[in-house]
Design a protein around this ligand. Sequence first.
Ligand code: TYM
Length: 334
Amino acid sequence: MEKRKEIVMSGIRPTGFLHLGNYFGAVRNYVRMQEDFECYFMVADLHSLTTHPDTKELKANVHRVLAENIACGLDPDKVALYCQSHIYETAELYLYLNMLAYKGELEKTVTFKDKVRQHPDNVNAGLLTYPVLQTADIILHRALYVPVGKDQEQHLEMARNFANRFNHRYGDVFPEPQAFNYGSELVKVPSLDGVGKMSKSENQYATLYLSDDDELIRKKVMKAKTDSGPTVPGSPKPDYIENIFLLMNLVSSEEVIKKFEEDYNQCTIRYGDMKKQLAEDMVNFISPIREKAESIRNDERYLQEVMEKGAAKARISAKATMELVREAIGLKYF
Ligand code: TYM
């Protein structure tokens, strides 16, 4: 008998354009994993409601995330590519898990504390229980691996806790989900201004989006923070210079990286030249994805088909898990 493939699940919120962080933290892994695992990838539209976006824009944003995922190489025939709100079982599992999640631990979540700081007027219960909903997404498919960037590490740790707590209380239903990256360490793509990470909503000029046109990519890269260069051979790199090397590592060839590393160590580096090279390599990386995503985005019928097919696949796995969950909890009365 053929061995069943291990299960993978992940999601992206439709809160803005996908950027290089989403690509290297998440989507690049999705594309590799689709060959070897049973994969469930979704657009997390319910999670996006926690920050009260203008819901008139949801449809276009969901379409864009789907199109960008496919343009990056995700094949809707190989994976279940779906929309979170189409799988009603998620809401049911979220409800059961909420009984196992404690206010104190939820309040300590870093992403929750950040949101409270940024939007003190919108501290809703959905925001507090955001990691519970994320856990429901993952364990609904009894997933083992969750390809995500470093910023999701804490949410994954909470998902493991909630899954274990369920198993302890009601009996073994769920495996322990693990954050996953090919390589080893989870990835954090830094922002171009040297402060924090690239993000969909903050410092737009320091973030490279997969939809940026060639001129904008060049402009953003050329504005990245540098200094006058090292004066002592072999000096350690300041954070913002390390970041430029990191970005180069993602898109440039080995020879190019080696050359600039040597220039740095010999104090002959010219950051203007380095950024020009990085800008061109970035343009070559991003422009084919942008063009492909644009044409997919305009094909609404195709995207509808993708969503329907993805939801149908996801529902099969969700329904099977929920049978086990209801039985384990004791909600079967006949
Ligand atoms: P979201 O939409 O913020 O980000 C989507 C994915 O991109 C990764 N990422 C990054 N990786 C490296 N460097 C960066 N600068 C960077 N910025 C973003 C994120 O780690 C993530 O993998 N809560 C999730 C969505 C979600 C989910 C799930 C994820 C909902 N349900 C179930 C996994 C499993 C989020 O807001 O991701």
